[in-house]
Design a protein around this ligand. Structure first.
Ligand SMILES: [Zn+2]
Length: 358
């Protein structure tokens, strides 16, 4: 630990109230403040499409502003995974992402002592912004994995809707991993995910990143891929690089070479990320509410992606072929319950994974 956590923690005596806010945001549902997108918005249009386009798989644009063609679905079940919240219809991705998830799930059993993975949201059939829960996951190269192990039995579709998220954090403490819930196998799972060359970033709650910094005694080469961010305390988020030859995919700057256990992490343990927005000065114009994202705000090709012909069925576009598709078919996305821990907080600045002090 090169940089002043001790100092950061001393400050906390004075931050009890902020602490309470921080823990609440980090642990829970903050989606309630999200407005329903209007019918012509990019969110509504992309959420309204139930099947991917035909043709080659292409990510178009950036993780948080784009769409995709030629997506494939992760089969709802495999020997080492089960897909969750099937009604959301968000188990679509670039084939490189889906292949990685299947491989990761097998390696998790083999090398991490993990019984199999529960896969949360990947992307919508044509990517694009979602009605709720995420700002990224738009080009098929992001996927959420639960910190809850896969049960030994096959869950029904209803059970996959209802299984509650389990936070890894202690509810009554500021950004602290709950020692009763956290296990070494979860640490191994994260480092296994980070070990793949195509994985560029893994988003976790700052408390989890700190836990890893403090306790991981193995090879720390890939620890820097673990990036602290709001939420992400009941799941972690795997982001892969633009696949080779994906000309329309906008890459993100690679992470630095260090382990990230430095001031970029200490930042999260200060009041700054949790502070409510400053009230406007008396007499100042109230700030304009942010404009809804329209299809015209996305890369040009995304309008055509919305209009393109669909594949024949979910089964036809399920990774591994029709034999991999099970009896669960995806219903068109109803407005899913906002029970994500990835929704953004309604207070404070919302940095991407790179706070300005980094
Ligand atoms: Zn995610």
């Amino acid at each position: 630990m090169a940089f002043g956590f001790a100092q950061a923690f001393r400050t906390f005596g004075r931050l009890a109230l902020v602490g309470a806010i921080g823990a609440g945001l980090a642990a829970g549902d903050v989606g309630a403040e999200q407005k329903t997108p209007s019918p012509g918005s990019a969110k509504a249009l992309f959420a309204g499409v139930s099947l991917p386009t035909q043709g080659a798989a292409q990510p178009i644009g950036f993780y948080a502003k784009g769409c995709m063609t030629g997506a494939v679905a992760l089969p709802t079940d495999g020997p080492t995974w089960q897909a969750m919240r099937l009604s959301r219809n968000r188990r679509w991705g670039n084939p490189a992402m889906i292949a990685l998830l299947e491989r990761f799930s097998q390696d998790a059993v083999k090398y991490a002592g993990w019984p199999g993975i529960l896969v949360g949201d990947i992307a919508q059939p044509r990517g694009g912004p979602m009605l709720n829960g995420h700002s990224s996951h738009q080009i098929g190269l992001d996927a959420d994995i639960w910190f809850t192990p896969m049960p030994a039995r096959h869950m029904t579709a209803q059970e996959r809707e209802d299984l509650p998220f389990t936070s890894m954090l202690q509810k009554d403490k500021f950004l602290t991993v709950n020692p009763k819930v956290w296990t070494e196998s979860r640490a191994r799972l994260l480092m296994l995910a980070a070990s793949y060359p195509e994985v560029e970033r893994i988003f976790v709650n700052p408390a989890i990143k700190k836990k890893m910094c403090d306790t991981w005694t193995g090879d720390r080469t890939n620890l820097g891929k673990l990036r602290p961010i709001y939420g992400h305390d009941s799941h972690f988020h795997i982001r892969i690089k633009c696949p080779p030859g994906a000309a329309g995919c906008t890459p993100q700057a690679p992470v630095g070479s260090g382990d990230g256990c430095d001031k970029s992490l200490a930042y999260w343990f200060t009041p700054a990320p949790w502070a409510p927005p400053k009230p406007p000065k008396p007499g100042a114009k109230p700030p304009k509410p942010p404009r809804e994202m329209m299809v015209s705000d996305l890369p040009k090709a995304c309008a055509a992606v919305l209009d393109a012909a669909s594949v024949a069925s979910v089964q036809a576009a399920t990774y591994g072929g029709t034999s991999a598709a099970t009896a669960f078919t995806a219903a068109p996305a109803a407005a899913p319950a906002a029970d994500d821990d990835e929704a953004l907080p309604d207070v404070g600045p919302v940095p991407n994974d790179k706070p300005t002090i980094q």
